[in-house]
Write a protein that binds this ligand. Structure first.
Ligand code: BGC
Length: 745
């Protein structure tokens, strides 16, 4: 043990020297050799059994997302047969488990504690899809760093986030957990979230490891059913689905989680092309790879191996380092090494990667580094964190329709606040809400009451989220009749999104729409507040609600944030990060489609269209209204013809033409008119969120470089092809002004 103790004494110095502000960059590229030394000296002491222990991650007896197949995990800690735990949080609990590992196991290697801190730990922020609607990267980073600070204060080292799966599948329940349909926006959000979680270094124990998931292409399941087959061309995969994972790894994320799905016939968890090839060889990833929950075991069901032993071999040889909850490595890997199916060198490499990350966190120097009760009391649910949550929540709201109703007047004497979600707190955290609790959330009703303390507020539930019971309609309608304005909160329940929560129909559940119709029929100004985790198909509301506000699941400060918007204390500026269809029959529907050989032409039957619906979505990607209006001048370029490699400067003048100050997300799209392979009609390549005073005008400038015109060409080489391009700027993907340019060699 002398060697380890010496290590523990030395490592603070070594660690301090290494954790300079450039840690992120350095760790992503080349790990400092000093760690290799330390890691190797630990490795040299380990038995094969202990090595496999480091490759083993178990849930404790708290919450889990699958069968808890392991009961004796504490004995595993003593035996050195488990190196990491998840679903164990709180300083008292993690301290006790860490104590077992570092005092009762032979090698005293510290444990790593993970948890799904997806959009907040205790202070809950908007669901990630909602946050993406803010298009505000600083706010998103702040949300992740607040979540990290709270999680770290609760003894956690590692979050299973960000989830960066691009998805064009509103039926898929996990669409709420990502940044939507777009690769460019998704990649920037992925980076912001990694920066927020990990920061520049782990010196102050207020940052946690990020885990990029679910690698790869989990967001494209056939027919939207969770865990279903994913199959797509390599070009589509590399262009649309892969870049956000790369962006997150490039930003320094230290861990990556494999996905449940197969890709081109090979489950991601046994896919050496993905893990060893792209992730490690192409991108130079030096952190460790963890599987998703029992996804090694599930390769038997996939039909790629005959039994769990073979599944473990496939995973280990493909480059998996840590087995989440499956106990396959624990049960079989030793036999596989004895039988020669897995080389011990492969195991050593996996253990090195895991130990290195534990060193980077500083756990060898102080295994109790994240166990600080005082900090736990101070940081979690602090006033500062509530303020941050309210700020991001307001920014995530998208105003979808407003027939002159909003903002409401604060002098209203009587107000009806109705609907199944009006007074609800439990749903506001949304799915994957960490340790968040409904009792800490501000409901819409509470938010409105504290905004208008003197008003007479009538409330009625009207109906449930689901079911056919209309017996509460009359009370809600009566409240509406007596009120100067009506706010009705409808949507989904939180468990209708998240894992294993696909819906084949994506309309408003139950009889909620009927309730809204009756309220609208009173002729009163009705504001429909939507709370949901996916794009909904709501054509009647979209065309008839006097005002319609998409509020997703906004988290702990939901009610205050929505009230800020309803009464004009905040001017909404969110823009949809995903297309809202008119009907589920249009799915998949997304803005960056191809033109086809027969693009839609209303004058011709023989073009690409539906007989019973327009091609266009209900609300397009990038769409969102404000209480003010913005007008765009022509899109200008500094030169109509430019050479490959030369930057192209684009500018547009944007004016706030209304009478209120407001923010606008100015979006830039590009189209390559002729390519060696066909190109989408539009691809987002830049955006800027600007703030303009009423009447103010501003020149917004973008610089496009060769990469912005690049794609995977016919021979699968990434690069730009000279020729004509359209550059388009506007406030929504369906409302842009175009200029044509030419790139020359
Ligand atoms: C989910 C992951 C999650 C893990 C641990 C799985 O079922 O797919 O996203 O991180 O459980 O809770």
């Amino acid at each position: 043990m002398f060697q380890l103790k010496t290590l523990a004494l030395l490592s603070p110095l070594l660690f301090a020297g290494i954790c300079t502000p450039v840690l992120r960059e350095r760790l992503a590229q080349a790990p400092p050799p000093a760690f290799d030394h330390q890691v190797d000296s630990v490795l040299a002491l380990m038995t094969l059994d202990e090595k496999i222990g480091q490759m083993t991650l178990f849930t404790t007896d708290w919450g889990s997302t699958g069968p808890t197949i392991r009961e004796g995990y504490k004995e595993d800690l003593r035996q050195g047969r488990c190196g990491a735990l998840f679903n164990s949080q709180g300083v008292a609990f993690t301290r006790e488990l860490q104590r077992i590992a570092v005092e009762e196991s032979r090698l005293k290697i510290p444990l790593l504690f993970g948890f799904d801190v997806i959009h907040g730990y205790k202070t809950i922020f908007p669901i990630p899809l909602g946050e993406a609607a803010s298009w505000d990267l600083a706010a998103i980073e702040k949300s992740a760093s607040t979540a990290a600070a709270e999680a770290a204060a609760a003894g956690l080292h590692w979050t299973f986030a960000p989830m960066v799966d691009i998805s064009r599948e509103p039926r898929w329940g996990r669409v709420m957990e990502g940044a939507g349909e777009d690769t460019y926006l998704g990649s920037l959000v992925a980076r912001a979230r990694v920066r927020g979680f990990q920061g520049k270094n782990f010196d102050n124990a207020d940052k946690i490891l990020a885990c990029v998931k679910h690698y790869a292409a989990y967001g494209a399941p056939l027919a939207g059913r969770d865990y279903a087959t994913v199959d797509m061309s390599e070009r589509m995969f590399r262009e649309v689905y892969l870049p956000p994972y790369h962006a997150a790894v490039d930003e320094g994320a230290r861990t990556v989680m494999t996905s449940f799905n197969e890709l081109d016939g090979v489950p991601a968890t046994g896919n050496s092309w993905l893990l060893d090839g792209i992730l490690r060889k192409e991108w130079g990833f030096t952190g460790f790879v963890v599987t998703d929950y029992t996804s090694i075991n599930e390769m038997v069901n996939h039909g790629i191996v005959a039994n769990e032993k073979e599944a473990g071999e496939l995973a280990a040889n493909a480059g998996v380092d840590m087995d989440m909850q499956g106990a396959v490595f624990q049960n079989y890997l030793e036999k596989s090494v004895a039988g020669g199916q897995v080389k011990e060198a492969q195991i050593d490499e996996a253990v090195r990667r895991i130990l290195r990350v534990k060193f980077e966190l500083g756990l060898f120097a102080d295994p109790y580094k994240y166990c600080n009760e005082e900090r736990e009391r101070k940081v979690i649910l602090s006033k500062e964190n509530q303020d941050a949550a309210r700020d991001v929540a307001r920014k995530s709201i998208v105003l979808l329709r407003n027939e002159g109703v909003l903002p409401l007047n604060k002098n209203l004497k009587t107000l009806a606040v109705v609907g199944p979600l009006a007074a609800d707190k439990d749903n506001l955290t949304g799915a994957w809400s960490g340790s968040g609790e409904g009792r800490h959330c501000v409901s819409l009703l509470e938010g409105i009451k504290s905004k208008l303390p003197g008003a007479n507020i009538l409330t009625a539930k009207g109906c449930d989220i689901e079911g056919t019971d209309r017996s509460g309609f009359a009370e809600a309608v009566e409240a509406a009749r007596q009120a100067g304005a009506v706010i009705v909160a409808v949507g989904e329940s939180r468990d209708m999104t998240g894992e294993a929560a696909a819906r084949a129909g994506i309309t408003l559940p139950g009889v909620q729409e009927e309730l809204v119709r009756q309220l609208v029929a009173t002729g009163k100004p009705v504001v429909v507040v939507l709370m949901n985790g996916r794009p909904l198909a709501i054509p009647w509301l979209a065309e008839n609600a006097p005002a319609l506000l998409e509020t997703w699941w906004l988290g702990t400060q939901a009610g205050n944030a929505i009230a800020d918007v309803l009464f004009g204390d905040y001017n909404p500026a969110g823009k949809l990060p995903i297309t809202f269809p008119r009907s589920v029959g249009q799915v998949p529907i997304f803005y960056s489609e191809k033109n086809t050989g027969r693009p839609f032409n209303p004058a011709s039957k023989w073009t690409s269209k539906y007989l019973d619906l327009p091609n266009s979505p209900q609300f397009p990607f990038g769409f969102g209204l404000s209480y003010t209006t913005f007008s765009y001048g022509e899109t200008k370029v500094d030169k109509k013809t430019f050479r490959r490699g030369e930057p192209l400067h684009v500018s547009v003048s944007v004016t706030n033409t209304g009478s209120r100050d407001g923010e606008e997300v100015v979006q830039l799209y590009v189209r390559d008119l002729v390519g060696s392979v066909t190109r989408p009609v539009k691809e987002l390549k830049g955006f800027q969120k600007i703030s303009l005073k009423a009447g103010e005008q501003r020149e917004v400038k973008f610089t496009l470089t060769e990469n912005d015109f690049a794609f995977f060409t016919r021979p699968m080489k990434f690069g730009a092809e000279p020729g004509e391009f359209d550059v388009m700027v506007g406030g929504s993907s369906d409302n842009v002004k175009m200029v044509r340019v030419r790139m020359e060699e």
